[in-house]
Structure formats: C-alpha cells, structure tokens
Design a protein around this ligand. Structure first.
Ligand SMILES: C[S@@+](CC[C@H](N)C(=O)[O-])C[C@H]1O[C@@H](n2cnc3c(N)ncnc32)[C@H](O)[C@@H]1O
Length: 300
C-alpha cells in the first residue's frame, strides 16, 4: 500500500496529489449532505397510519383493500374479494383448521381470504422482495394471525422435502415456471388437493400468439407434452411486474395441463372460469384431487 502511495505521489502533479488526499480525508471524516439526505428519504415523520405503510410502495399496489379497510388507497383489483377463491373454497370442502400452502401471494389478498375462510395455517411463499414486503404490510393492516409469509422461490422449497399440506393454492403461477410439469409433480408430493388458476396456450388471434416460440416437445419424468415460451421482455420494466424469477413465460395447452395432473396422480379434476378472451390470454381454474372421483364431479 505504501509503495502504491509513493509511486502515485511521484507520478502525479503535487497540487493534484494534495487535492486528492484532501478529498479522501473529507470523505472519511463525515457523511456528505447527499448521503444524509438519501438516508432521510426512508423516514416517514408523519402521524403513524396504515396509509403511511401502504405508501411505502405507492403506485406499485395491484389490490384494492376490502371493507373495513376500503378507505385505504392501494390498487384497483379485487384480489381480497376474488370469485375464483370462493369457487376454490366451495370445492375444497371443510377447511376449518386445515393447512394450506399458497404459491406467489403477491400482496396477500388471497391469503386473507383463505385465512378468513377458516384455514388454521396458511404458508405463503413469495419470490419478489417488494411483493413479499407488501404481504407483510397486508398482514399487519388486516391482522392476519394464522398466515406466514416466506421470501424465496417456492420451487426450491418444494424440492426440499417439505411437510404435507391439506391443500395447495396456486393462482397465477403455473405459466411462469421453467417447467410447469415439474411444479405439478412437486405438488402431487405435498398435497391431495390443489387449486390452480392459469393461462393456457390457445391463441385466438395472431396478437395472442405473438412472441411465443414453439411448439417445443418436452418430457418430464415420462410425461410428454408441448411447451410454448415467451421472454418477459418489456414487462420487466413495469414496477408492478409479477412474474417469476426466470426469463419468461412457459405456457402449456389446456389438455396437457389436465393430462399432467392425471399423470401425477390426481383423479378428480374439476374446471371452471373458462375465459378464452381473458385480456392476457385464455385462462381457467382447476381443482384437482387425489383419492376417489366424487359423484358431483364435472367431466373434463
Ligand atoms: C401473476 S402473479 C399472481 C399473484 C396472485 N397469486 C394472484 O393470483 O393474484 C405471480 C406471483 O407469483 C410470484 N412468483 C412467481 N414465481 C415464483 C416462485 N418461483 N417462487 C415464489 N413466488 C413466485 C410472483 O412474484 C407473483 O407475486
């Protein structure tokens, strides 16, 4: 170090060397006004409130809070009062005191509905750190007491021999996976009943097919299927981006998703909310169960 200093001193103009040394000493002595003000920007010195907590992520919220919190300003989508969750609950049967694993809770709106419905424990795993922190704010505002949020990749959690759950809730995540078939197989290891809401590949017009590569033949543990991939592209620039940790979407055909569930042991499969004209592409909901096929099942 002393050698470097001596060689710099010898080579630099003495006035420049002196100015640089002075700057170094000043930087060491005290934080610059810029550093102090950039730290102060993380302070909220107003009266404490739920809105102040929400405003940490102002402009990034997707969900509108339900009564008695509906005066709060967050997002616009009714994820705390979602008909798809009500349908899932009607298919699950008795959920009182049961355990559920939720994949990708985003802001905790569905977690809130699941806890309110009576699940005794909701474990929700979120990969996006902003979304994870928003879930914690939701938990604090709405007083969730049986819900835990973990920050990380649920695929890594599922690969690591987790405990069994009475149900799994997988809304809006299957088509974000590198290998959707792997997710279905991992779910079959941890539960006997799963709810899925997902897009499926069935383009209705050239716009819906734009950007997808494929068909790509794929095989996972003996299950043959077809994949269609698309990079996230500009979607990554959106502050409320809610995709997965990989480079893009991987969509399957509707019939492949249902066949995959059967291949990995789910026998009682019900579908609903078929939306071929969903603005982001065809979508539907599924509740798939193991065991015996019940009589009220809709044939798929
Ligand atoms: C399209 S959003 C759906 C959010 C919510 N479940 C819903 O249906 O409104 C996908 C969510 O899953 C999260 N996610 C995607 N891949 C994940 C992964 N591998 N592990 C954990 N969370 C993931 C995203 O960060 C995002 O919050």
């Amino acid at each position: 170090m002393a050698d470097i200093k001596a060689s710099l001193k010898a080579r630099l103009n003495p006035r420049l060397y002196y100015a640089l040394s002075k700057l170094k000493r000043t930087l060491r002595r005290s934080p610059s006004p810029t550093t102090r003000s950039s730290l102060l920007k993380y302070h909220f010195a107003g009266e404490p409130s739920a809105q102040a907590a929400l405003d940490i992520f102002r402009g990034e919220w997707a969900s509108r809070f339900p009564p008695p919190f509906s005066e709060l300003e967050a997002g616009k989508n009714s994820l705390f009062e979602d008909a798809r969750v009500r349908w899932a609950l009607s298919q699950f049967g008795d959920v009182q005191g049961k355990s559920i694993l939720e994949l990708g809770p985003l802001e905790g709106g569905h977690s809130y509905m699941l806890e309110r419905a009576g699940f005794g424990s909701v474990l929700a795993i979120e990969v996006n750190t902003h979304a994870y922190l928003k879930c914690l704010i939701t938990k604090e505002i709405t007083g969730l007491s049986h819900t835990r949020f973990l920050c990380g990749d649920f695929i890594k959690y599922l690969r690591n021999s987790p405990p069994k759950f009475d149900a799994v809730f997988a809304c809006g995540v299957l088509y974000h996976m590198e290998s959707p078939a792997e997710l279905i197989e991992l779910l079959s290891q941890v539960t006997d009943q799963v709810f899925i809401w997902t897009h499926h590949y069935a383009p209705r017009n050239p716009q819906q097919a734009a950007g997808f590569s494929g068909p790509q033949a794929a095989e996972y543990k003996g299950f043959s299927h077809t994949l269609f991939r698309k990079d996230y592209g500009d979607a990554l620039d959106f502050a409320g981006f809610c995709g997965g940790p990989h480079r893009g979407w991987t969509w399957m055909k509707r019939e492949d998703i249902l066949a995959c569930l059967k291949y990995f042991g789910f026998v009682d499969i019900r579908t609903s909310f078929d939306e071929l004209d969903h603005p982001n592409g065809p979508a539907f909901t599924i509740v798939a169960k193991k065991g015996t096929v019940s009589k009220d099942r809709t044939e798929v």
